[in-house]
Ligand binder design. Structure first.
Ligand SMILES: Cc1cc2nc3c(=O)[nH]c(=O)nc-3n(C[C@H](O)[C@H](O)[C@H](O)COP(=O)(O)OP(=O)(O)OC[C@H]3O[C@@H](n4cnc5c(N)ncnc54)[C@H](O)[C@@H]3O)c2cc1C
Length: 520
């Protein structure tokens, strides 16, 4: 006998099958000894009320052995002699495009400017020791893209559950933990992601596809308004039936190259601000409404805030419970921060981007001479100002949150997870006033909703500037080809069609499908 059951339990009850077996048996009208298996299908935490509840959707079996646990498997056919498609970028967009191309019977040629993930780790370690950033291998560039050294949160606003489930299953098939198929807010963790990414590469290569590292694309070969291939930095020409361009939001050289060739781009809304960090214990106390924090049975708490300030959105972005703030710049004279967490989310810190929506009309006049690239110029200038205020290295300019809100310099700074170090700086003045004044209003508002959030032990670091791209590479809504160039498929976050790992992965699959439709 099988029964689907929804349970609402205390965190302790939900922590062990023994606690809820009796409830399940009662609902199935059998003796607990007759229960042969209980499988959790979905788990979520409801912390809206004073008492935190864990909701479990389970599948219970009684009286007869339960069927074998089955997971979705993927079989990648051999495409070694099939038509070739160029995929630029080995982030989630590019990797999922490549795997989907294989499913559809095409051979992907994945070109990645950075290094394979184990080599990339060494450059990441150097960055954390405050060495100059390698412009081809850093927190944004290299195998797996910007999401490799991250929290690996897998959320999407995609309304198509099927697409999202496929992404989860592909990650699981390549070694991600089973929990991502169960948790309402799944995440993989920075300690596990490199292994998953490596296995995805192995799937591509085993199927006859190619993944080429240290292959920076500098030009697109266009003939009669159709993309025929790309040119690498060393002059090599690589041709294919189509080009999927999945270079992410930090590939400024790609936007410049497209602009210089008069290939149409569009300015778009993005967001900039700071990264805020609190002791995780404090966030647990606030979110779980108890001085005991998360106790033994709950995960590190997260939050998600948004409000309007002076007619623009102010919101938390990419919150990393139990995580670390990381230096996410890609070049010289830039100060950029972001966040990541290990699978267990067990660092004593909770960090999150806190950003202000920036619409194209908000860009100051002095940057307008850059035309459609004005947003990039503005973003770059804010990063430069933060770089100077950190002391011209990877040390981040920082301020106590309470001092930032009250426009005061901090005399000293609280501990932080940011390894290269922090330097006290008047971020309320360093950041453009349009950003800092809205952030100040936003923080005050969030402090009203979450008592204790405006804590003197909380710190803000500048700057969180790469939330998404200020530029879109426009494509036809049905063919997904660039509005002027046939066979060029702008893809993922850098093209402006995704925001996050899961949505970039979904977009990668969509672009591969569109390539197949074009080549049919
Ligand atoms: C530290 C950090 C933490 C994050 N945490 C999360 C999270 O927890 N959850 C989440 O959903 N999102 C997170 N993000 C955002 C997420 O990583 C991105 O949304 C996602 O990776 C975008 O996927 P993409 O494939 O479009 O681009 P990217 O991942 O940026 O990949 C683009 C790839 O293209 C390569 N490339 C660029 N230019 C060239 C060129 N000229 N030639 C060849 N190759 C090129 C780059 O090296 C890169 O590997 C995080 C980002 C960072 C930086």
């Amino acid at each position: 006998m099988k029964k689907d059951i929804a349970l609402r339990l205390t965190p302790k009850e939900a922590s062990s099958e023994e606690y809820y077996k009796a409830i399940v048996a009662k609902q199935m009208k059998v003796h607990p000894d007759k229960i042969t298996a209980i499988r959790v299908r979905k788990r979520s935490i409801d912390a809206r009320q004073r008492e935190v509840i864990v909701q479990l959707h389970i599948e219970a079996y009684a009286n007869a052995p339960a069927p074998k646990k089955e997971f979705v498997q993927f079989e990648y056919q051999n495409v070694a002699n099939k038509p070739e498609v160029v995929v630029v970028g080995a982030g989630p967009g590019g990797l999922f495009a490549a795997l989907r191309l294989i499913e559809l019977g095409y051979k992907p040629l994945v070109l990645e400017r950075g290094k394979e993930v184990s080599e990339r780790k060494k450059d990441i370690a150097l960055i954390n020791r405050n060495n100059p950033v390698n412009p081809e291998s850093n927190y944004a560039f290299g195998e797996g893209g910007a999401g490799t050294f991250s929290d690996g949160k897998l959320y999407t606003r995609s309304t198509k559950r099927g697409d999202f489930n496929k992404v989860l299953n592909v990650f699981h098939f390549h070694g991600a933990q089973e929990e991502i198929l169960i948790e309402a807010h799944p995440h993989i963790g920075t300690d596990r992601l490199p292994g998953v990414i490596k296995k995805m590469r192995e799937s591509i290569i085993t199927a006859g596809g190619e993944v080429i590292f240290n292959a920076t694309v500098t030009d697109i070969i266009i003939d009669d308004m159709s993309a025929k291939g790309v040119v690498l930095k060393d002059g090599t020409h690589i041709t294919g039936e189509a080009v999927i361009l999945a270079t992410g939001h930090s590939a400024r050289d790609i936007y410049n190259m497209l602009h210089s060739k008069a290939i149409e781009l569009e300015a778009k809304t993005w967001a900039m601000g700071v990264r805020v960090e609190h002791p995780q214990e404090l966030i647990d106390q606030i979110q779980y409404h108890t001085p005991d924090g998360r106790g033994e049975y709950l995960p590190a708490a997260s939050y998600n805030f948004s409000c309007q300030a002076q007619e623009r959105g102010v919101y938390s972005f990419c919150m990393c419970p139990g995580g670390f703030i990381v230096p996410a710049m890609t070049g010289e004279n830039e100060m950029v921060v972001n966040g990541m967490s290990p699978a267990k989310r067990n660092s004593p810190f909770a960090n999150s981007g806190m950003v202000v929506e920036i619409r194209p009309q908000d860009i100051p006049d002095e940057f307008r001479k850059h035309g459609v690239l004005a947003g990039l110029a503005y973003q770059k200038e804010v990063e430069r100002l933060c770089y100077i205020n950190g002391g011209n290295n990877l040390i981040a300019p920082a301020q106590r949150l309470t001092d930032f809100v009250n426009s005061r310099l901090s005399y000293d700074l609280p501990p932080t997870s940011y390894v290269p170090g922090t330097l006290s700086s008047p971020l309320h003045m360093v950041l453009p006033q349009a950003i800092s004044s809205r952030l100040q209003e936003g923080f005050v508002e969030f402090g009203k909703w979450a008592k204790g959030f405006l804590d003197p032990e909380a710190i803000v670091l500048g700057t969180e500037s790469r939330t998404s791209s200020p530029v879109r590479i426009p494509r036809h809504p049905l063919t997904l080809q660039h509005v002027q160039i046939n066979g060029l498929f702008p893809c993922g976050e850098g093209a402006g069609y995704a925001g996050g790992i899961a949505s970039s992965a979904i977009d990668g699959e969509k672009c591969a499908d569109a390539v197949a439709r074009m080549l049919e």
